[in-house]
Write a protein that binds this ligand. Structure first.
Ligand SMILES: [Zn+2]
Length: 292
């Protein structure tokens, strides 16, 4: 956990679909029509780009060569990043208030179509995203970590931190001189080796408590989600933390959104129709799922 560790049961375990500058296409194969009708999209109006979408745009603008995602020949949905024929936007959960999430992202993480930090930003209103660099830091990230409305906690395996920094529960909301202070989950979003490098080489994170998810908690969660390993992707870590901070509904919706996204992504890769009657599809299509 912490960062997007590779796991065969998650998106991160699949070879990433995109290539840089290779001009790969879907070889002209048309996606088959999906056989089941989608619910009416819940977001018919354009929504402003969230933090990860903005970081993606910045990263793409800074890139010297075009970034071409495989399967993008037929066009991709700008909102969910999936090939248009497999767009999952109709099931995108409402963006609601809960905790804050601060994503510190590896170099190309924001532009990977498989990045799951994007899904967190879809569902958690106060999601912030910053690109990581070894030699510099975004002043807005420092300002966020110092903002008295937040209680930042770095989610990372405790064995990598000094014992006195390690906590096993997220900080409860408290009231400070400036008012209520909500938990801010700081997640290192990248490959596992990137996440470890970010952890070691970001002195501004050294003062933060380290929330180490207990193995039995991860194990219980993994069992519920039919995981075989203990490595969770970033959206799963966020969902687990949402549950631990007293937001079980938001946690469930984020898990469902990850499930739906994964199904659509894999169906698009295999040029297959999506089963839109999955439990996650049904949960997100249900009217109750829009309740905050
Ligand atoms: Zn879409």
């Amino acid at each position: 956990m912490g960062g997007c560790a590779v796991d065969p049961q998650t998106l991160q375990g699949h070879p990433f679909a995109e290539v840089s500058g290779g001009g790969a296409t879907n070889h002209g194969v048309q996606s088959p029509a999906m056989t089941l009708s989608a619910p009416t999209p819940r977001h018919p109006e354009p929504t402003p780009p969230h933090a990860v979408a903005r970081l993606r745009a910045t990263r793409l603008a800074a890139s010297s060569k075009p970034f071409v995602a495989r399967g993008s020949g037929g066009g991709r949905c700008e909102r969910c990043r999936l090939p248009s024929a497999h767009c999952a936007c109709a099931w995108c959960p409402p963006c609601t208030d809960s905790v804050g999430v601060c994503l510190i992202m590896g170099d190309i993480e924001a532009i990977k179509p498989t990045n799951t930090g994007w899904l967190i930003a879809d569902a958690v209103r106060d999601t912030f995203a910053f690109g990581w660099a070894r030699t510099s830091v975004d002043p807005d990230l420092i300002a966020l970590l110092n903002d008295p409305q937040w209680q930042p906690v770095l989610v990372f395996p405790g064995e990598y931190a000094a014992p006195e920094r390690v906590v096993s529960e997220p900080p409860p909301p408290t009231t400070g001189p400036a008012g209520a202070r909500r938990p801010l989950l700081v997640l290192l979003d990248g490959t596992w080796s990137e996440a470890r490098k970010m952890f070691r080489k970001s002195p501004y994170l050294d003062r933060l408590p380290v929330l180490s998810l207990r193995p039995e908690v991860v194990s219980r969660y993994s069992l519920r989600r039919s995981h075989t390993g203990l490595h969770l992707c970033t959206a799963e870590v966020a969902a687990l933390c949402l549950a631990l901070t007293g937001h079980p509904q938001q946690a469930a919706r984020l898990n469902d959104w990850l499930d739906v996204f994964t199904r659509h992504y894999l169906a698009a890769r295999g040029n297959l129709p999506v089963n839109m009657e999955s439990a996650a599809h049904r949960a997100l299509a249900a009217p109750a799922s829009v309740a905050v």
